[in-house]
Design a protein around this ligand. Structure first.
Ligand SMILES: Cc1cc2nc3c(=O)[nH]c(=O)nc-3n(C[C@H](O)[C@H](O)[C@H](O)COP(=O)(O)O)c2cc1C
Ligand code: SF4
Length: 580
């Protein structure tokens, strides 16, 4: 044993066990030079950990059909290949990684010889990983085991001699040539070949143990492997008789009977104002193990009710509200992630309606075809985070290359849905507030029934989040924006305001009848329609808005039946929780 705390991690990807066997043999040899030696199946390894890996990583990876990686290493390879071409992943993400690769292959496969090994080697190098030894390649048609033994002896010798000097291996000319041959397109096509299909029992869970732990710390209850539920601050507030969220004011939801949940914690964006930043699962399609809709909904209800129960005894929580809260009336599918990515979203929504729970679903406008196929929801939202291609890229940091086309197509699809539709605009100073003309164009395209406008909430500084408090607009700036906005939209007017959370509602004038606003929802009527075969539109389940909810009312959108609670110190530096 040495005394320098040197660690070697052996990571293998195998189909028929050879790479695993080699890893175990290598581990025994590695003990000659390292203090800590571990052997890890790539199936159990989170590729994001590579960026902070302290150990020297030695990979043993075989190549399979058409040059693909072994089944068990697919997720790892796919992640790595995508990260290499993802403009949001730092180009030198692996600058601290030291690694070596041994590919198990067969020359009988011609052009696909050792393709997985080569891909791995190049991806790691491309992200500035430090290769400490040339790649070894074992040919199953030509004394593979002997090649492995020789390579093992050489690298161990090399490490022994270089350890004291801490010298890193430099690429040979041969490898530089190899690097040029394996261009990005090749990596891209490999990634797409690796897309997981078929039997869900073989695919990965969306929420890794690390993400699960982090979410739980933030108060999320995780249901199965891809869904979450969390009690909203406005649910608690209304339970205590201190007022509901802006959706109570705008649409008459009872916040204490609202469950905020998501059946997909993953998303196709990495929005700058999102809490998940770099830890969230992302993907352009569903590629994870899936729990069925009934399981997700039952789990969400059960966990939500448990959280409601915990509110018992909290000052202000009365028995009547408590009893009501147990009977969930609304479901806000807007917690985090992209709910329409969930393959059983239609079943999920249908189950909600069967239980007479209304559905408020928010999508990030990256899946137009899923908007088309979505069953009627009580209110369908699109987050319109920016109005130009450039700022959308800056704010949402989308995964799709054709994100702008997808965004526009989503808005067009929205205009064809018969039920209530909403644009949700989050104003971010210096990012999107100066794009009024472009927003007007987007409204013309999607013709939403409503436009909700609020200022961005500051979620704290992180390395990956460029927002600061100076990007948070004041309420009066939000109001000014809204006034200017409607002055260019002849079909719309400012209808409601929830000053408490700095939110404004702009509504289509079709909801103004005989000079009275009908922005509230007749939920029972909605359920009658949703649970029947008949077609219906947003005008079929509207109901009158109370005077206190209207823009310009004395109450400024605060329900007079509630007791307003003023926080002692409210300053611009304190984030406002607008609600979902
Ligand atoms: C169905 C099948 C497909 C294969 N395809 C390739 C290939 O495309 N390229 C290659 O270099 N080797 C290919 N091989 C050879 C394997 O990589 C080689 O047998 C290796 O030693 C297997 O290691 P493992 O048992 O750890 O998975 C293939 C082997 C099988 C059985
Ligand atoms: S803010 Fe959202 S989750 Fe909270 S009560 Fe209102 S609608 Fe429900």
């Amino acid at each position: 044993m040495t005394e320098n705390n040197f660690e070697i991690k052996i990571l293998y990807g195998t189909q028929s066990g050879t790479a695993k066997k080699y890893s175990e043999i290598f581990a025994e040899k590695a003990k000659e030079v390292a203090d800590i030696v571990s052997v890890v199946n790539l199936a159990d390894y989170d590729p994001e950990d590579l960026g902070t890996e302290k150990a020297l990583c030695v990979f043993f990876v075989s190549t399979y059909t058409e040059g693909s990686a072994p089944e068990t290493a697919k997720f790892f390879f796919e992640w790595l290949s995508e990260a290499t071409v993802d403009f949001r992943v730092d180009k030198d993400f692996l600058r601290d990684l030291k690694y070596a690769v041994f590919g198990l292959a067969d020359s009988a496969y011609g052009d696909n010889f050792n393709k997985a090994g080569k891909t791995l080697n190049l991806c790691l190098k491309k992200m500035q990983g430090k290769r400490v030894f040339p790649m070894g390649v074992g040919d199953a048609s030509d004394e593979q085991e002997e090649t492995f033994n020789k390579w093992t002896n050489k690298i161990i010798q090399h490490l022994k001699s270089k350890m004291a000097e801490n010298v890193e291996y430099e690429s040979t000319d041969e490898e530089t040539v190899e690097k040029e041959v394996m261009d990005l397109e090749e990596l891209g096509s490999l990634a797409s070949k690796l897309k997981v299909k078929g039997d869900s029992s073989e695919v990965k869970e969306m929420v890794t143990p690390i993400v699960r732990e982090s979410l739980q710390k933030q108060g999320y209850k995780i249901i199965g492997s891809h869904s979450g539920v969390k009690i909203c601050r406005w649910t608690k507030s209304m339970l205590r008789g201190r007022g509901g969220c802006y959706k109570h004011t705008f649409y008459g939801i009872e916040s204490h009977r609202c469950m905020e949940t998501t059946p997909s914690l993953a998303c196709a964006n990495k929005c700058v104002f999102c809490w998940r930043h770099h830890t969230n699962p992302v993907g352009t399609e569903w590629k994870w193990k899936m729990d069925n809709a009934e399981f997700v909904l039952n789990g969400a209800i059960e966990n939500h009710q448990k959280m409601i129960k915990q509110m018992k005894g909290v000052p202000g929580v009365g028995q009547e509200r408590m009893d009501e809260a147990f009977e969930i009336k609304h479901c806000a599918l807007s917690l985090v992630g992209e709910p329409i990515m969930y393959p059983e979203i239609n079943q999920f929504v249908t189950l909600l309606h069967q239980k007479r729970i209304s559905s408020f679903l928010v999508t990030n406008a990256q899946f137009p075809e899923l908007i088309t196929s979505l069953v009627p929801v009580t209110q369908l939202y699109v987050s319109v985070d920016a109005a130009t291609k450039e700022s959308l890229k800056k704010i949402d940091r989308p995964l799709f290359k054709d994100f702008w086309e997808r965004f526009l197509a989503s808005l067009s699809e929205l205009s064809k849905k018969g039920q209530r539709t909403v644009y949700r605009l989050t104003l971010v100073k210096d990012f999107n507030v100066n794009e009024l003309d472009n927003y007007i164009e987007l409204v013309k395209r999607g013709q939403p029934d409503f436009i909700e406008i609020k200022g961005v909430t500051f979620c704290g500084y992180t390395g990956s989040n460029p927002l600061t408090m100076s990007n948070v607009p004041y309420h009066k700036e939000v109001v000014e924006f809204c006034k200017l906005f409607v002055s260019h939209l002849p079909d719309y007017e400012l209808s409601c305001e929830h000053e408490h959370s700095c939110s404004i509602l702009i509504a289509h004038k079709k909801f103004k009848i005989d000079n009275e606003w009908y922005t509230w929802i007749d939920y029972e009527k909605f359920h009658e329609f949703a649970n029947s075969e008949s077609s219906f539109t947003s005008l079929d389940y509207m109901t009158k808005t109370p005077s206190w909810a209207l823009y310009g009312s004395n109450e400024r959108g605060f329900d007079p039946n509630e007791t307003r609670f003023y926080r002692k110190k409210a300053s611009k530096d304190e984030p406002i929780d607008h609600g979902c």
